[in-house]
Design a protein around this ligand. Structure first.
Ligand SMILES: NC(=O)c1ccc[n+]([C@@H]2O[C@H](COP(=O)([O-])OP(=O)(O)OC[C@H]3O[C@@H](n4cnc5c(N)ncnc54)[C@H](O)[C@@H]3O)[C@@H](O)[C@H]2O)c1
Length: 460
């Protein structure tokens, strides 16, 4: 039977921690939940991962693992697998009743109207209403809007007839995950964690447990909604600042100014934080988090955060700008884009990860499909797979050869080796559009390449 930690004092909890006698459940073992579960298991706690994805459950139980793009993940996975401290299941009812702590690391996407979609949370909340009993602590690790935990999740877990009572039969807490894909294992060891709860005592218990497992600074939050607001604020800050540099990029292209030269010099002032332009802002976090804040404002019948609305509009328009740069390069050669062959390098939403959620590449591909362009796409993380309706090539050269133009969308480390000499020798007047800022425009021009880059005003 699960332990009711809320009845224990600090030293009793310490005794459970040092003897590894807490049982942990993690519901949702994806990009964030699985590494989190493994950290608990690696600290010596028996840990159960629950996921609706049967294939994933079978895979991890057999000793194979996803997240091969996550440095340091293989080591911890293999160590935990050897020690048999972690097991995955599809069955929530096998995990929840016996776990003392239940972490929710469920997806929080948005629907096609950009409204946050909490279906997974509400479905799990409804199910665990029948499974919780003895004052277990449920910790929300996912990114949700301020107020969602207090106003929706709590009621869902209590049930329509209040068969459970928060603060008695279960306790709700929050510890939003802030790790960065591609750096998750490193971030787990270094980033501070925000901990909040509906009840102060639960906050301090959760802080004690997270300190034991992760050994990082804990920032105490007065409640759940403030912790969620901190998480959203850090991400929306980035979305808005990227929109600012994206719009500067558009201006500088017209004024003949190079944005990278400007950012490089500006960052030498102590209070400037560099952000960089690009083909848009994707991934499961930044765009969704901006819409989560906008939804919070809408829910109280307010039209706050116009700056965030505008940032979204600017960032969502960047794929069209990439096409405009491409068309502009074609016009220098008096050529039409229609019916040409275009090579695309990188489809992930950010460098060095295997993830195409809300990736700007999808919008770029749709715009090019509408022009009847033949596409040859390469991304080292998706070789030979079919993504966005296109078979991904096996090498950079397969995507470049026979293409009238190449667009570098994602700055994967593999593209740093792109040999401009070979590229320029492979055809007459090759076109290169760089969305990453990694290509030196002078080098490209000196090799006879028709070069365009976002914000590269000097070179258009
Ligand atoms: N990926 C990131 O960069 C990142 C970083 C910080 C925080 N977050 C937040 O963490 C949360 C999880 O994100 P993620 O990237 O790990 O998502 P993910 O899609 O990689 O993982 C979610 C997992 O939950 C499972 N799942 C879905 N519905 C379920 C259900 N009803 N019952 C059990 N399992 C279910 C899915 O099968 C999947 O394996 C989100 O709120 C996200 O915003 C993500």
């Amino acid at each position: 039977m699960a332990k009711n930690l809320s009845l224990l004092d600090k030293s009793q909890i310490e005794a459970y921690l040092t003897s590894n006698s807490l049982k942990i459940g993690v519901v949702g073992i994806g990009r964030i939940g699985l590494p989190t579960a493994l950290c608990f298991a690696n600290s010596g706690f028996e840990t159960i991962g629950v996921d609706i994805n049967t294939e994933l459950v079978t895979m991890v139980n057999s000793g194979d693992y996803p997240l091969k793009d996550e440095p340091g993940f293989a080591e911890i996975f293999e160590n935990v697998h050897r020690q048999k401290k972690f097991v995955a299941t599809n069955d929530l009812s096998k995990a929840v009743p016996e776990c003392d702590i239940i972490l929710l690391s469920l997806p929080t996407p948005m629907d096609d109207k950009n409204i946050p979609d909490y279906t997974a949370f509400l479905s799990v909340g409804k199910s665990i209403n029948k499974l919780l009993s003895n004052g277990q602590i449920v910790i929300v690790e996912s990114t949700v809007e301020p107020g969602f935990i207090e106003n929706e999740l709590l009621q869902t877990i209590e049930g329509p007839n209040h068969t459970l009572k928060s603060g008695v039969d279960f306790h709700l807490a929050v510890c939003p995950e802030t790790a960065n894909p591609g750096e998750i294992m490193k971030d787990f060891k270094k980033l501070p964690r925000l901990v909040g709860s509906i009840d102060e005592k639960i906050s301090s218990i959760v802080s004690q447990i997270y300190t034991h497992v992760f050994g990082v600074e804990i920032i105490s939050m007065p409640n759940c909604k403030t912790a969620n607001a901190v998480k959203l604020t850090t991400n929306v800050f980035r979305d808005v600042n990227i929109a600012f540099v994206n719009e500067l990029a558009l201006l500088f292209e017209k004024l003949g100014i190079d944005i990278y030269t400007v950012i490089d010099a500006a960052k030498r002032k102590y209070n400037f934080q560099p952000h960089f332009p690009g083909p848009g802002v994707g991934g499961p976090c930044l765009p969704v988090n901006s819409y989560q804040y906008l939804n919070s404002s809408k829910k109280i019948d307010q039209n706050f955060l116009k700056i965030v609305q505008e940032a979204r509009r600017i960032n969502e328009n960047m794929p069209q700008h990439v096409i405009d740069l491409l068309v502009n390069a074609f016009s220098e050669l008096n050529k039409q884009l229609d019916n040409s062959t275009i090579g695309l390098l990188g489809i992930s939403y950010k460098p060095n990860v295997r993830d195409v959620q809300i990736a700007p590449s999808e919008a770029i591909i749709k715009l090019l499909n509408a022009k009847n362009v033949k596409l040859k796409i390469f991304d080292p993380y998706f070789m030979s797979e079919t993504v966005f309706g296109h078979k991904i090539e096996n090498s950079i050269s397969d995507a470049i050869i026979d293409s009238d133009a190449v667009i570098i969308i994602t700055g994967h480390k593999e593209f740093e080796e792109l040999n401009l000499e070979t590229f320029s020798n492979s055809r007459n007047k090759p076109i290169l559009v760089d969305c990453t800022g990694k290509i030196n425009p002078k080098d490209a021009k000196s090799r006879g390449i028709i070069f365009r880059g976002i914000g590269r005003g000097n070179y258009i």
